[in-house]
Design a binder for this molecule. Structure first.
Ligand code: SIN
Length: 353
């Protein structure tokens, strides 16, 4: 049920505040101010549904819980945040539609999930964009060309999404049932990718074939042998138990999974100004919390996989990494120049020199 529908219902029927706030994006009036939209401690309350696809133990899951607790505290409960993790409310297939319709108010999908609605965000899927997670803040700062593509993205704005932050999952590793040390090791094998053209081109350039599969369906696809492997962060691999059906992980750090934290603009605009400000500030601090923790969370997942002992991890040498990089940089960057934008590609290629 949308906010607009709820407001209409509220005008017709004397429906209770409790019933209203039980629906996502709903507002419930209280006291005499009855929906003060200029701020200043109004008593109206709002429910914000935040849906995502990873578990609570991942960098995204932890930051979502931190955001929920902080926002409720800082607004004295005037915004009630409901976090739905692990694809329990919406998954990869329906979350984009849900946020555009305000059926859910916040998401933090990986950049690749925006390919059809905001294709330029595939910039974050480019292979070897960052060498280490320490490079992320400088390459994707809001005043860089990459940052502008994220934080001032017209496609997102036109689809009812306001960007609140960039969160990290971390650096991707290649998981499979064979040792992956050179591109030829990928020949004839099928890898699960997120739905991004850039990622498809990357896997194909290395000699593999690629199939886009929703995150929640990766484990069964691996288990049933529909795919041979995939690419993901240690925290996603471990929390979805992908490693339990894969004999090898190449610690490749060849790519990045970053999340675009978005709020539905209809919901955001319906908030009084003081709540808008607190929401924006809390989201910014949640981004810092996420980035401060992501590396450690991935390291813990790597150690958990090692401790289980059934998956061999081999770390790419500099030479191995360079051999994979030589195949895709600058070729894939040039291939997607028109989609991503000349200024961004020029800036990134200049950084690579
Ligand atoms: C996520 O981290 O949100 C999911 C990424 C994926 O689909 O692999």
């Amino acid at each position: 049920m949308t906010t607009r529908t709820l407001r209409t219902l509220a005008g017709v029927v004397a429906i209770g505040a409790l019933a209203l706030t039980s629906c996502g994006g709903a507002r419930s009036g209280g006291g005499d101010d009855g929906g003060d939209s200029t701020g200043g401690g109004g008593s109206e309350t709002f429910t914000l549904k935040f849906s995502h696809v990873t578990t609570d133990a991942t960098p995204k899951g932890k930051a979502a819980i931190w955001f929920e607790e902080e926002l409720e505290k800082r607004t004295d409960g005037r915004i009630d945040v409901e976090v739905f993790s692990n694809s329990s409310l919406y998954g990869d297939k329906d979350e984009m539609q849900a946020i555009q319709q305000n059926s859910v108010q916040m998401l933090a999908p990986a950049s690749a999930k925006f390919t059809t609605v905001a294709p330029a965000l595939q910039v974050l899927d480019l292979p070897f964009l960052f060498d280490t997670p320490e490079d992320i803040p400088s390459v994707a700062a809001p005043d860089t060309e990459v940052g502008k593509a994220i934080f001032a993205n017209d496609d997102l704005a036109s689809k009812n999404m306001k960007v609140l932050g960039l969160w990290d999952s971390g650096m991707k590793q290649i998981h499979s049932n064979n040792l992956t040390q050179k591109p030829a090791d990928m020949e004839g094998k099928k890898y699960r990718i997120q739905p991004s053209d850039v990622l498809k081109s990357q896997i194909e350039a290395w000699g593999g074939s690629a199939e886009a599969i929703a995150f929640a369906e990766v484990y069964p696809a691996l288990q049933q042998g529909v795919i041979d492997g995939g690419e993901n962060t240690y925290s996603n691999i471990e929390s979805q138990k992908m490693h339990t059906v894969q004999s090898n992980i190449a610690e490749s750090n060849h790519g990045y999974i970053g999340y675009i934290l978005v709020v539905n603009t209809e919901f955001f605009d319906s908030l009084p100004e003081d709540l808008q400000q607190i929401l924006v500030e809390t989201a910014e601090e949640a981004s810092t919390y996420n980035r401060d923790n992501a590396v450690a969370v991935n390291q813990e997942s790597k150690e958990a996989i090692e401790a289980e002992g059934s998956t061999e991890i081999n770390v790419w040498t500099d030479e191995e990494r360079q051999a994979f990089k030589d195949v895709v940089v600058p070729e894939i960057y040039e291939q997607y120049r028109d989609v991503i934008g000349d200024e961004i590609i020029d800036e990134l290629l200049a950084n690579q020199e």
